[in-house]
Design a protein around this ligand. Structure first.
Ligand code: FES
Ligand code: FES
Length: 153
């Protein structure tokens, strides 16, 4: 079947099997920033925004996304022009191996879209589903609060 959706602002039409997950479709289409961790909804590494809402793409059938707008980490910023959240993650040491960062950044982006001036608890809760085995969980909270304090999202 043909799937038509907008990924990072670009209209894409992709041939898919009816039972394939969005995670696999995105990665096959070149969006390798979408990571596969657990593959069962527990780690958040595969998070993307679908119509502005954070979703674990490993649990989302691609066919359910017909006509949707999807944002992956590639749509946030580039190494030359990073998103304020990406910049803050680097400055605060909230990235080490980096595997969890795409999902964490997507969750943080969703938070700041809806809550531009979050509290520590707001950030902690928003990133609750994004596991990180490297940095601990303090630095990324500091990073999100820093990005929020700059008033950019
Ligand atoms: S890979 Fe989707 S939640 Fe872990
Ligand atoms: S930076 Fe390695 S898992 Fe989070």
């Amino acid at each position: 079947m043909k799937l038509t959706l907008t990924i990072n602002g670009k209209l894409r039409s992709i041939e898919i099997a009816p039972n394939v997950m969005l995670l696999d479709v995105l990665r096959a289409a070149g969006y390798k920033g979408v990571k596969k961790g657990c593959g069962e909804g527990s780690c958040g590494a595969c998070a993307v925004l679908i119509d502005g809402r954070p979703r674990n793409s490993c649990l989302t059938f691609a066919a359910q996304c017909e006509g949707s707008e999807v944002l992956t980490v590639e749509g946030l910023g580039t190494p030359e022009n990073p998103h304020p959240l990406q910049d803050a993650f680097v400055r605060h040491g909230a990235t080490q191996c980096g595997y969890c960062n795409p999902g964490s950044l997507i969750a943080a982006k969703s938070l700041l879209d809806h809550t531009p001036a979050p509290t520590w608890e707001d950030v902690k809760e928003a990133l609750d589903g994004n596991l990180c085995r490297c940095t601990g969980y303090v630095k990324r909270i500091e990073a999100v609060l820093d990005a929020a304090s700059l008033g950019k999202k």
